[in-house]
Ligand binder design. Sequence first.
Ligand code: GSH
Length: 208
Amino acid sequence: MYKLFWAKSMGSMTSEVLFEEIGVEYEKVAIDVENEENRTAEFLAVNPMGQLPALVLPDGTVLTESAAMVLHITDRHPEAKLAPPAGSPESARFQRWLVFMAVTIYTADQRLFYADRFTTDASGIDGIVASARADMDGYFAVLNDALDPGPYLLGETFSAVDVYLWMLAKWHPDEKQLFADNPRVAKLVDLVEARPAVAKVWAENRED
Ligand SMILES: N[C@@H](CCC(=O)N[C@@H](CS)C(=O)NCC(=O)O)C(=O)O
């Protein structure tokens, strides 16, 4: 069985949704980040970065990196059709936007939420936060353009990259502004949230 190390509202949400969409069994292991359970020797042996998510595959292989999990889970369960066939033009588009989101918006979130890690000079923190926000606005605008005609990143077809985008939108510090500036992103988030698998995972992850 898959074993997913998770914490509420973190990067584990996409894998959770994919498992629910597929209907495959998985075990969730909660890691209390506030109490630094992600820094224990036991967890660092799983992910030396001390970060979530981490996924142990049924054969014991360890997978880190949320985007790698999307690629592996969708490859392993092609019957669920959560990604286009390998080598197709749609697959190229799928991979493009998945990698784009992982290296731009996800890392901007890290700068926003853990700004102190990105400088040795505490007086620089406000600037790091401000530039992360500005970068994030630019990246979401690129996705909003990519969603024309939409409504999904692959056009008419829902796929795992839409779940990844939904997750990143949920982390945005000002969802109202995000949706006002990016109406196609807002529409995609509505469509993704209407899916029972997503509603279930969000109910288990939301903080309020
Ligand atoms: N590149 C990694 C980033 C993982 C990451 O930043 N995880 C955050 C939660 S979303 C985390 O573990 N934060 C706790 C920490 O860094 O101490 C991925 O895509 O999985």
